[in-house]
Each structure stands twice: as structure tokens, then as C-alpha cells.
Design a binder for this molecule. Sequence first.
Ligand SMILES: [Zn+2]
Ligand SMILES: [Zn+2]
Length: 340
Amino acid sequence: MRIAGGAGAAYRPGMISFHRCCAVAILSAAAACSSGEHAATATAGAAMAGAAMADAPATDQPTAGTRLVLLGTGTPNPDPDRSGPAVAVVVNGEPYLVDAGPGVVRRAAAAAGRGVEALEVDRLRTVFITHLHSDHTLGLPDLIFTPWVLERTAPLEVYGPPGVRAMVEHLSEAYSEDVRIRLEGLEPANRSGYRVIAHEVEPGVVFQDANVRVTAFAVSHGSWEHAYGYRFETADRTIVVSGDTAPTEAIVEACRGCDVLVHEVYSASAFEGREAIWQRYHASFHTSSAELAKLAERARPGVLVLYHQLLWGSSPEELLAEIRRGWDGDVRFGRDLQVY
Ligand SMILES: [Zn+2]
Ligand SMILES: [Zn+2]
């Protein structure tokens, strides 16, 4: 069955319930499914009408194919319904994370509890960091230490731009007393799972295994010297994650008709009401809805999933309408724990 537009994987969603109005699986019972948010899914959804939209058996876990799980769609604003930026690309039961916003491990646990077994906490061991902004990395110590406390034995492998090694070294140092107490006290802790292996990478292919090839590409995030997006290519799908970026040609080149483009965005109309000093910042660091529509027109993703949305009082429906004014493709307002 197809989860979203593009070359969807054969996939049985286990305990995940499908909202019948659209092609997206919702892991959160509280997630909204208004016609306004998902109206554009009709075309993609038509292909999977009927059996594909029905709830799947609760015991049949997916082991093959590629899924994208939105773990956190938030921003620095501490919205309790939206964890910090983090997504998981799950391929043949193996999870590959992008970014570690605050709440990442708890959202992974929530996804695992709703049927995505690959996101069980002790299985989280690979993360690709887009850039070192705090909203994308505050969950990094969580990702390093919490799975270890829950008996992960593999070290965490962290890929990211220059500076990521110093960050994880400082985090390890900051928690060295915690590690000592767990290792030397009564706790039956293993001696490997708290370690971190940092890979500082340059644009290009940064990772490849039997499941996936991951390519980092440079994006344009204001005064950051190094900020990346990532392209995931698997046997059945291509997924591109923008990270934080102003509009950049690199997105068009990385996507080129990809199955799923996950892209950050702010509301172009609400931007008009921002103070000039903030407008200057956002125009340099982020992408407006109008700009994203123009990019999507050329990048032509099967489905465009919005995350890291800055609304400033606009509604999800208004944001989607702003995109649709410039692009008539399939666009969704991403929410935590959705699966594509
Ligand atoms: Zn951010
Ligand atoms: Zn940022």
C-alpha cells in the first residue's frame, strides 16, 4: 500500500491508525485531520482508497520498505504539541534520525508504542544533524544517554557539520559524573552504549549501508557557515529533509521529483506583521510559504510535508492556502508522529 504520493513502500502499519480523509498515517490519537489540512491529499489518497485506507491488523509489523516518521515538527517555541525538530527515516526496520530537537527520545518512544518498533529507544543509534542551532540539538544528550540507560550497547553515531564533534565531546564531559555513577555504582550499566562516535562530514555522500544512501547538501541558513539538508535514497523511496534554510537552489537539485520533501516554512502573510528586525532575520535564515511554493514548483516532490512551521498567529489552513497559491501539488501540514 502507499503511504503518500510518490513511490510508496509496501507497508503494513501495525497498530497505526489511518485517518480516512487522507493518505497519511497518524500515530497520535489527538492529531487533527481537518479537510483544510488534508484537502490536497485527495489525489494521492485516491490511489489508496478502499483497502489501503482501512486499519491494518494490530499484530502485523512492517519489516520492509521505507517510512518517514515525524518525531518533532516544532521550532524554538516550546509548543507542548510539537517537539523540537527531528524526523526518522525507517528503512527495513532500521531507524535513521535527522536532528535531535528537545523531546526526540520521548517522541520515538511514542512512535514505538504505536507500532513503529524500529523506534524503540534502545534501537536509536544513528543521527544526522543538519546544523548546530540549539532547537535542533537540545535532544542530543537525551539521544546519547537515555537509550544507554535503557540498555543500548551500541555507541551513538552522530553525523553532522564541522563543530558537531566538539559539541558531543562537551556533552560527554558534562555528563561524565552521571556515567561514572552508573558504571561504578550498583546500576547494571554496559560500558559501550554511552559513547558517541562523531563524524564531521562535508557535502556529498556521507553514509551508505545495505538500506540507504545518505547525501548531505549545503543549504543557506543565514550566518551559519555550515548547515545541511539530507537526501535519503532507498530501494523504494527518495526522501529529502531541508533542515533550516532560506530558499536555495540546493533543494531543487536534491529533490528532483523525490517522493517526499520535508521542508521548513514560515507564513508569508504573518511575516508582514513582524517587526523589521525579525523580518531581516527570518528572510535570511528561513523560507516563506510563497518562496517554498516556487521551490516546490521546480523540485516537484510527490508530497511536500511542512515542518518547523512558523505561523505567528496564522492557522495551518492559511499556511497551506499560501503554498497552494503558488503550487498545486500535494502539500501537508506536518504534525508530530505522522508517518509518510
Ligand atoms: Zn530551527
Ligand atoms: Zn536553525
